[in-house]
Design a binder for this molecule. Structure first.
Ligand SMILES: *Cc1c(COP(=O)(O)O)cnc(C)c1O
Length: 462
């Protein structure tokens, strides 16, 4: 399987090369040259298998030229053994035809663990084989940084440095980043805000001497390996509700469009998905776009579902690529227009998107009310992101097709909003209830490029 760029001008790469590269050189995002298709019989045969076995069968066609079969099976096993639930992604019923797919049983209690844990193991194996190592640097407002640290801790081909704004992440998020004791993990509390952390990261990538000398690598959500890992749970969920013999729909709390785009690929692979519903908070560029108003940036407004406070959804470029008939030139032109504020989507592309995607937007008040009503009617305490999905799903679901809403984080990750809505304090799962007792290890550092680069140079392993 070769990987091609959404903008059509970058060299074709193998899976391993695309994974280690991240962003394509023409500014585009990598996609498989052809989407593999599973037959009805192959999908039916997934029923009753373990999460790991389904993961292997779904992902194998994408990676088979980069890994040996046994090697890839061992990678999957290691990726998911730290999860706190044997089903990995268990399905719970909310009411007669609405289900919740719990994606928060990983080490940092959010769905990003599914992709990050896999990418950590994939990097380690690929780098060992090449006799190489990399330095991963990320900037985080909370969730991505902790997921990356948990994924790369203890791997000897990688050092991981995470920049977070000092005093501006929640205590759970900070402790998840500062308590891992592994020597290759480096949490940096920067004296600034998140935008400054992100700007510092960008400056490091643009400092080519530094970038090459420490072998800088990134693992943000445009990496195709992250999308790939997320396809799997669409299959496990649909099959347990009767696919391929019965259709299902999904509602996905959406920010960068990575999670829901994995659902799009699952459908193209042959899974009988009826509708994919994008659920947004007040940062609603995707809802406006899918409602026919064009793709125009607004200001990001902070919300109680902070992981969805995004105005430009980087993975939407991948959906546009298919909606525009795989025309890389057309996508490159749209992305140029986006630099000046936005673009209108052609009628043909709108029709293509409308064949599969619906959307809805949820206010802050509705989010709080949904946390409350879900607890009252289904005895489930949900996080604010999940509540947004539930609200949109209830408004839009068809009576005769099961709807599956993705529960993207554990309520204990967002205790303030959950308690405000429900008067219930969400407890941490018992396996991490000692989080508040574990010693913290963190370096407080000035928001200064020279100081940051110097610190990283001095702390990477030889
Ligand atoms: C990242 C995140 C999302 C958004 O997922 P995308 O793939 O960016 O659309 C939703 N909920 C939670 C809890 C997240 O951490």
């Amino acid at each position: 399987m070769k990987y091609i760029s959404t903008r059509g001008q970058a060299p074709e790469l193998t899976f391993e090369e695309a994974m280690l590269t991240g962003l394509a050189r023409d500014g585009g995002l990598y996609l498989p040259a052809e989407i593999p298709v599973m037959s009805q019989d192959e999908i039916a045969a997934l029923a009753g298998l373990s999460y790991e076995e389904i993961a292997f069968r779904v992902m194998w066609p994408y990676v088979s030229e980069s890994f040996a079969e046994d090697e890839f099976k061992a990678i999957i096993t290691r990726a998911y053994e730290g999860f706190g639930h044997d089903a990995r992604a268990p399905l719970k019923q909310l009411n007669e035809n609405h289900f919740l797919l719990e994606l928060f049983h990983g080490p940092t209690l959010a769905f990003k663990d599914f992709a990050m844990q896999l990418i950590g193991q994939l990097f380690q194996v690929a780098l060992k084989r090449r006799g190489d190592r990399v330095t991963i640097v990320g900037a985080t407002s909370g969730d991505t940084g902790s997921a990356a640290i948990e994924a790369f801790r203890g791997l000897d081909a990688v050092d991981v440095f995470i920049l977070f704004p000092h005093g501006r992440v929640s205590e759970v998020q900070r402790r998840q980043m500062t308590t891992p004791a592994d020597s290759n993990v480096h949490a940096l509390a920067v004296d600034s805000d998140f935008d400054d952390c992100q700007a510092a990261l960008k400056d490091m990538f643009n400092d080519f001497e530094f970038r090459d000398s420490v072998k800088l690598a990134g693992v943000n959500s445009i990496n195709f390996a992250r999308v790939l890992a997320q396809i799997v749970y669409y299959f496990t969920a649909a099959v347990s509700l009767g696919a391929p013999h019965r259709k299902v729909s999904f509602t996905v709390p959406t920010g960068n469009f990575g999670d829901i785009f994995a659902g799009y690929l699952a459908k193209r692979m042959g899974l009988p998905i009826d509708r994919l519903v994008v659920a947004t908070n007040q940062n609603d560029i995707l809802h406006r776009c899918l409602s026919g108003e064009g793709y125009f940036k607004g200001d990001t407004i902070p919300s109680i579902s902070p992981s969805m406070d995004i105005q430009v959804s980087s993975n939407f470029e991948r959906a546009l690529y298919y909606a525009y008939g795989q025309d890389g030139g057309a996508v490159a032109q749209l992305m140029d227009e986006l630099k000046n504020g936005g673009f209108n989507v052609s009628q043909g592309a709108m029709e293509a998107l409308g064949e599969i995607f619906d959307s809805g937007r949820v206010s802050e008040e509705e989010t709080l009310a949904t946390i409350n009503s879900t607890l009252a009617h289904s005895a489930e305490l949900v996080c604010p992101h999940t509540a947004i999905g539930i609200k949109v799903a209830e408004d839009q679901r068809a009576a005769d097709i099961p709807m599956i809403t993705l529960a993207t984080a554990h309520p204990a990750k967002f205790p303030a909003a959950v308690e405000k809505a429900s008067d219930v304090h969400p407890p941490l799962p018992s396996r991490m209830s000692d989080l508040y007792e574990r010693p913290e290890r963190v370096t407080r550092i000035a928001n200064d490029l020279g100081a940051l680069e110097d610190h990283i140079r001095r702390h990477i392993a030889e």
